[in-house]
Design a protein around this ligand. Structure first.
Ligand SMILES: [Zn+2]
Length: 304
């Protein structure tokens, strides 16, 4: 089974508080590492959990509020100083490039490694990354400034061979890859060997939805339809719904409703307001509607 899991590096909104860090997550897909948001202190969190920055190949930034990217210049600079050479792909709002260019210009930094910038689009959803096993979409959320969520979809894998059967029947090796794709094998004597009898079907592809800062809005529901794991911000308890609306944020009750409406399998809450030292009430509130809720605790890995 391909590894597909998320490490929480930061779960705090706005400011670091009670030992909690601003938003950042590390996604491990089959040992390829993706960083999602990069709040202040992210590189220290990576050290703490034994993750080498040089292993991160792609960084996705949802929006330009400081609690989601103030750790970026530090991480990028350190990668330069430790002699990184491999490409780093960065996805975010167009103005992010301007900000970084200015910071590099005035520190007279010429990165030793290729930093490839890709603008995200605040108006429509689109595939922003794709390889043979995974695709990533960005999609608009509704926040005070332009903000996008991200969806990571594992691609459908081929079936696996029933090895003993295949060997027992002496199926020639060149045909094995066709069997895996569901194509039957016809031997020279006309005997038909059905692919479905010689293979195990692949497990269903998994998906991860990441909704950082947003007010609940049905425009993005389709984008996260049916995800296995949904991360949704839950800045406040529902008694602060007015405050949540004013600041374009979500309550834990609303996050649960979203998870239910889109048919997510599991829900992960995060982006907690500094007003909550104890997070249990946020969890309890969400579970009244969506029992499969967890708090995005820092240092914890969550399976997609
Ligand atoms: Zn935020």
């Amino acid at each position: 089974m391909t590894r597909f899991e998320v490490l929480i590096l930061g779960n705090s909104s706005a400011t670091p508080m009670y030992g909690r860090h601003p938003t950042s997550q590390l996604l491990n897909f089959n040992e390829q590492l993706f960083l999602i948001d990069c709040g202040e202190g992210t590189q220290m969190q990576l050290f703490r959990y034994g993750i080498k920055g040089s292993r991160i190949s792609h960084i996705f930034i949802s929006h330009l509020h400081g609690d989601h990217y103030f750790g970026l210049i530090g991480l990028l600079s350190s990668q330069h100083l430790v002699g990184r050479q491999n490409e780093l792909h960065l996805y975010g709002p167009p103005a992010l490039k301007e900000i970084l260019d200015l910071q590099f210009k005035h520190s007279d930094t010429r990165l030793r490694y290729p930093l490839v910038f890709h603008s995200t689009n605040e108006d429509h959803s689109e595939v922003i990354f794709e390889n043979a096993h995974l695709s990533v979409r960005s999609f608009p959320l509704r926040h005070r400034i332009a903000c996008t969520g991200f969806r990571f979809d594992e691609k459908k894998r081929s079936a696996s061979l029933k090895k003993e059967e295949v060997e027992r029947l002496n199926i020639p090796i060149p045909y094995l890859r066709f069997l895996k794709k569901g194509i039957d094998y016809v031997a020279n004597d006309g005997t038909v060997y059905l692919a479905k009898n010689l293979t195990n079907p692949p497990p269903p592809p998994r998906s991860y939805g990441y909704c950082s800062d947003t007010v609940v809005n049905e425009d993005y529901f389709e984008e996260i339809r049916g995800v296995d794991l949904l991360y949704h911000e839950a800045t406040f308890l529902h008694d602060r719904i007015e405050r949540a609306k004013e600041t374009f944020h979500t309550t834990s009750l609303e996050a649960a409703q979203v998870a239910q409406i889109v048919g997510a399998r599991k829900l992960l809450l995060g982006h907690f307001s500094a007003r909550y030292k104890d997070l249990q009430p946020l969890l309890d509130e969400s579970r009244t509607i969506f029992p499969h809720t967890e708090l995005s605790e820092e240092g914890k890995w969550f399976l997609v």
